[in-house]
Design a protein around this ligand. Sequence first.
Ligand SMILES: Nc1ncnc2c1ncn2[C@@H]1O[C@H](COP(=O)(O)OP(=O)(O)OP(=O)(O)O)[C@@H](O)[C@H]1O
Ligand SMILES: [Mg+2]
Length: 203
Amino acid sequence: MAVARGPDVAGSRAVTGARDEGDPVVTAYLAVPGAAQMRLLGTRIAGLLRAGDLVVLAGALGTGKTTLVQGIGAGLGVRGPVTSPTFVIARLHPSLRGGPDLVHADAYRLGSRLEVDDLDLDADLDHSVTVVEWGDGLVENLAAGHLRISIDRPQPAGLASGQAAQPPDGAADQVRRVTITGYGARWRAAASELTATLAVPLG
Ligand SMILES: Nc1ncnc2c1ncn2[C@@H]1O[C@H](COP(=O)(O)OP(=O)(O)OP(=O)(O)O)[C@@H](O)[C@H]1O
Ligand SMILES: [Mg+2]
């Protein structure tokens, strides 16, 4: 596997490699120190996104998935506000500048792939960027390729295994570990663009 390293940036590294369709084609790891930087990351990722793209967000409660989507919405220039879609499964944010709309979905309460299919989300997929919180393993079939973004809250040292690291937190900034993986031909074609975008420090 050919491996290329992005520029050396504190807290961030990227690895690219050619794989078969369906396998990950590019993976990047970032440390994101606070909510503002998570929004900035979303804004930058939005610069890579186009109509038909699917972004799957993974990560425990309160790790910053919606915060990232707020940045994606700002970067796409869609009508806000982007908030947690608690009482609806999906919300459509129309573009304010003739670009793709944003479909923001939360699959937290969905049990199965079938229920996601029932959402009829794919009706808008071709004209929208679709971002699904908790969509891991449920929605990948909605598009030929996807970007998977996983957010982790690093475990503080000294916690017994099985003990909750921290409850879902409030607004206090804490570092998050973000893993971004592109799948399919769409992201193979955009791998170097993604790597370059993510190599820019978040400040
Ligand atoms: N580095 C960080 N990145 C993102 N959010 C952070 C960070 N540090 C602290 N926060 C805070 O963590 C919270 C994240 O909330 P958010 O609603 O985005 O999480 P979520 O993953 O969407 O939650 P849920 O699983 O309930 O949908 C916010 O209050 C935000 O201010
Ligand atoms: Mg959320």
